[in-house]
Design a protein. Structure first.
Length: 255
């Protein structure tokens, strides 16, 4: 693959364009995760009380942070990329310049990851104002790094979906059949230990499961050896999804 420093130009172009919609996108990024925090964390948390020795919000917040990154990065690289590719013909303009197709796609994946990081960062700020803080400053740094990895992963997966999408309706298959099940069966809102064995096994094939487990361990400072395996899973998936996403999008752009 032919990557160059021009990836930064694509990212910068997106950033300049984004400035026009920064307030509305900030609000949109906050609404759904904030809804989860309020309804599940405060509403249901009042009935659950303490969970593992701490208020339920300490269990919920690390999962919602990663979920926020996943949702924002995914939708940016599905709907946002599709609009730029089909309706605005932006990719046609980009690859007519010294920017290669690989640079254009990688730049948009980086942009999707950045949007996810901003969304996750906003949720962390909200959680801190609610009194739910990571265990240490080091945990904050590690969570930010994790959000970058998760953002690249789900941006790349969304690019793979977009490379096959004939229209907007196609994205419903991915969001309803992949994103939604991961949201509820990856340990975001409740532990997986009471699930049937087959469901636990299935959850291991969901990247969000490993990302949430790492996020929760880092947030609470409860590290264990199993995190090494989970980080390796995330790292391998990031590398594979990025390569496949770039190749498939290049194939669609250059016919």
């Amino acid at each position: 693959m032919n990557f160059s420093y021009r990836i930064a130009y694509v990212f910068w172009r997106n950033l300049v364009s984004y400035k026009r919609f920064v307030l509305t996108t900030f609000l949109a990024s906050l609404i759904q995760p904030l809804f989860y925090l309020v309804t599940f964390g405060i509403g249901m948390g009042a009935y659950i009380g303490y969970f593992g020795g701490k208020p339920y919000l300490y269990f919920l917040v690390p999962g919602v942070l990663i979920t926020s990154v996943m949702m924002t990065a995914s939708f940016e690289c599905m709907y946002g990329t599709f609009v730029k590719m089909v309706h605005e013909k932006l990719y046609d303009s980009l690859i007519a310049t010294p920017v290669s197709a690989e640079d254009a796609v990688a730049g948009d994946i980086a942009w999707g990851a950045f949007r996810g990081l901003v969304s996750g960062g906003l949720m962390m700020i909200v959680a801190i104002f609610m009194g739910i803080l990571p265990v240490s400053p080091l945990s904050v740094v590690l969570l930010i790094l994790l959000m970058v990895f998760v953002g690249v992963l789900f941006s790349s997966l969304a690019m793979i979906v977009t490379s096959f999408a004939p229209n907007f309706d196609f994205f419903n298959y991915y969001s309803e059949l992949v994103i939604t099940p991961m949201l509820f069966f990856s340990g975001v809102f409740f532990p997986l230990d009471k699930f049937p064995g087959w469901m636990k096994t299935l959850s291991l094939f969901m990247p969000l499961t490993h990302a949430v487990a790492i996020s929760r361990a880092v947030f609470l400072g409860s590290y264990n050896r199993g995190l090494i395996f989970q980080f390796l899973v995330i790292f391998i998936l990031v590398a594979a999804a990025f390569v496949v996403g770039v190749k498939l999008m290049k194939k669609r752009l250059i016919k």
